[in-house]
Design a protein around this ligand. Structure first.
Ligand code: NAP
Length: 259
């Protein structure tokens, strides 16, 4: 399918690995020039080279912490004029509801709510002026149904979701289309880390922890970064202009809800 975005320019945050990389790959396949980002320069440069070699698009790599003011400024300066923004960052640590104090919540809000808001605030005025833009925020299935051990994520991402619900409808008249993508369990380093934590806590092999989680998903498997990226690229395409402020769940049916 021609997504109609060949030659556009996208910033994909936190994209040397995992879901961010899946989004970068799918956009590159659609002919989009990229600015990619992660904190560790080594894997980031490897990803940039792989994308250039495979898709013949321009890829600028900026090693910086996207959740810090300085890191965001560096990434945005290198990015220049953007048509597409995909926000993403690492998720907050797991724990119990009684574990967290004010500083833990501030860190989670900074990373998973205020960072995407700061990026949208920086980038959307230019998109609105040019009359075309696409924003996809990577959030979580925890927005639809809370995950008990991820209370920091439940809280921060729900705050972002409320902001997007109102803002998406204010920028749509200018051709700027904003939506959220909600991953369920996908096979990435993040999923390995969470499975590793369960394995350690319960004294079981990681394979058993993984198999148990997969068994609880109607699709009976984890999602892939490629599947996730394909939906992201669609939401960034010309075809997505009438999809405004939506929360698209990619979870293999795990969230047991009618709507
Ligand atoms: P991942 O495989 O661990 O990859 C994370 C990527 O983000 C890496 O490229 C990492 O590179 C980069 N990164 C992390 N923190 C960053 C920061 N502060 N600044 C810049 N880059 C950063 O994670 P993932 O599974 O793709 O998850 C992506 C997001 O989706 C997370 O917020 C996660 O909580 C959420 N999510 C994931 C799942 C899942 O099952 N995978 C489910 C629900 C929600 P560096 O470490 O080098 O910075």
């Amino acid at each position: 399918m021609d997504l109609g975005i060949r030659g556009k320019r996208a910033l994909v945050c936190a994209s040397s690995k995992g879901l961010g990389r899946g989004c970068a790959e799918a956009l590159a396949e659609a002919g989009v020039d990229l600015v990619i980002n992660a904190r560790s320069p080594g894997p980031l440069e490897e990803t940039a080279k792989a994308l250039r070699d495979r898709y013949q698009v321009q890829v600028t790599a900026v090693a910086a912490d996207i959740t810090s003011d300085a890191g965001r400024a560096e990434v945005l300066a290198a990015a220049g004029t953007l048509d597409i923004l995909v926000t993403n960052a690492g998720g907050p640590p797991p724990g119990l509801w009684s574990d967290w104090g004010r500083e833990d919540f501030i860190a989670a809000l900074d990373a998973n709510m205020l960072t995407p808001i700061a990026l949208m605030t920086a980038v959307m005025p230019g998109m609105a002026e040019r009359g075309w833009g696409r924003v996809v925020n990577i959030t979580s299935q925890s927005v639809k149904a809370p995950i008990p051990q991820l209370g920091l994520s439940n809280a921060a991402r729900t705050g972002l979701t409320g902001y997007v619900a109102g803002t998406a409808r204010q920028v749509a008249p200018m051709g700027v289309i904003v939506n959220n993508l909600l991953p369920g369990i996908h096979a990435t380093d993040r999923a390995d880390a969470l499975d590793g934590g369960v394995a350690k806590a319960e004294g079981i092999p990681i394979e058993e922890a993984r198999a148990r989680r997969a068994a609880a998903i109607p699709a009976r498997r984890y999602g892939t970064a490629a599947e996730f990226g394909a939906m992201c690229a669609y939401l960034c395409s010309q075809n997505a202009g009438f999809i405004v402020g939506q929360n698209i769940l990619l979870d293999g049916g795990a969230t047991n809800a009618t709507l």
